[in-house]
Structures are given as C-alpha cells and as structure tokens.
Design a protein around this ligand. Sequence first.
Ligand code: SF4
Ligand code: SF4
Length: 62
Amino acid sequence: MPKVTIDHDNCDGAECGECVDVCPMEILVIDGEKIKIQNVEECNECEVCVDVCPNECIEVTD
Ligand code: SF4
Ligand code: SF4
C-alpha cells in the first residue's frame, strides 16, 4: 500500500492547499488549518501532489 506523508512543520496547510486541488483521488483534504490524508489505499502514486508542493514537504512511497 502506498504511504503518503506530509512534513507539517514545512506545510502551509489550508493557506496553500495546492496538493488538495490536484489530487485526482481526493486523498489529501483540508482539515481545519492542516492537510489530512484519507483513503491512502486509493492513492495511485501519480505524485502530482509532490510535483505541485511549493515546500517539497510531501513524500509518496510504496
Ligand atoms: S500521489 Fe497522486 S493520488 Fe496519491 S496523494 Fe498524491 S496526488 Fe493523490
Ligand atoms: S502543497 Fe505542500 S505546502 Fe501546500 S498544502 Fe500541500 S503539503 Fe502543504
């Protein structure tokens, strides 16, 4: 199962939300001020979230 991790210390959270906007599987969602990861088993490892993140704080691994 893929693993998606966000380094919350470097994430701009709800103020950014770029990863939330681009994820085709709706894995990344805004939860208050933070980004929450849900239904990670549906992640297709496309890595568009990684590509779009301005702070390089998302990691997708197998
Ligand atoms: S790798 Fe793709 S499917 Fe998985 S969380 Fe990132 S954008 Fe969504
Ligand atoms: S794109 Fe990066 S900085 Fe922006 S909300 Fe997502 S993880 Fe945080």
